[in-house]
Design a protein around this ligand. Structure first.
Ligand code: TIU
Length: 220
């Protein structure tokens, strides 16, 4: 596999150690009536990246490379939901409340599901996570170690919240991280731009950023 064209410099891809991690492409963040909307956000920005996320997922599948999906969600009894998280801000619907797509951000509810266009296929890993970072209180680290994965390509939402938090967790754990720019989005365009800039600043202090076409070309 060729190096992937990236910033601040080429990403030295190792095909036997590379996986795609798609963060929280859930109805709750992308559709009216979900958690993202309850926080006052314009969720239409999120649905616009679906075709690019889909292209990336399909490219990894075709190349025989692992695709890992994450979902931000909590247990129905809320035992993994700190009051500080449930009570933060003034959402119209709190996590665990009944919404139009079922209970907000609760495992198994319709609104918590991954968007149909991007649904995991048989054999793909799905990580249910109670935090913003996918390593916190999950098996992700053990799963990656068992599979010998040391490089992660990131897609999903939102860029500066769950994506960046997980990239930072992964970076501190020794993973090489590459963010696919068109396959991530924020409710705030300026936050997406800032997250991309701060990830690759200082010689890639958190990781690399690249374009979906350049990633697909390298793994194809
Ligand atoms: N609200 C927001 O921007 N994001 C989250 O709460 N979760 C994720 O980023 N997935």
């Amino acid at each position: 596999m060729a190096d992937i064209k990236a910033q601040p410099f080429a990403f030295p891809a190792r095909p036997d150690q590379l996986a795609l991690i798609v963060i929280d492409m859930q109805r709750d963040f992308a559709e009216p009536g979900g958690f993202g909307a309850s926080l006052g956000n314009d969720v239409s920005r999120i649905t616009r990246i679906i075709p690019d996320v889909k292209r990336l997922i399909e490219g990894f599948r075709e190349a025989g490379l692992p695709v890992i999906h994450t979902m931000e969600c909590h247990k129905p009894d809320l035992s993994d939901l700190p009051p500080a998280k449930r009570n933060r801000g003034a959402p119209t619907l709190r996590i665990g409340d009944d919404g139009p797509m079922g209970r907000i951000l609760i495992a198994g509810e319709a609104g918590t599901a991954i968007l149909a266009e991007l649904a995991p296929v048989e054999g793909e890993i799905v990580i249910e996570k109670p935090g913003k970072g996918a390593f916190y209180a999950t098996e992700l680290g053990d799963i990656l170690k068992a599979r010998g994965i040391s490089q992660l390509v990131f897609a999903g939402v939102t860029t500066e919240v769950c994506v960046q938090t997980t990239m930072r967790e992964a970076n501190d754990r020794g993973y090489e991280c590459l963010l696919a720019e068109e396959a991530t989005e924020s409710y705030f365009p300026e936050f997406k731009d800032a997250a991309i800039a701060m990830i690759r600043a200082q010689g890639g202090i958190v990781g690399w950023t690249s374009h979906v076409d350049d990633i697909l070309e390298a793994i194809g």
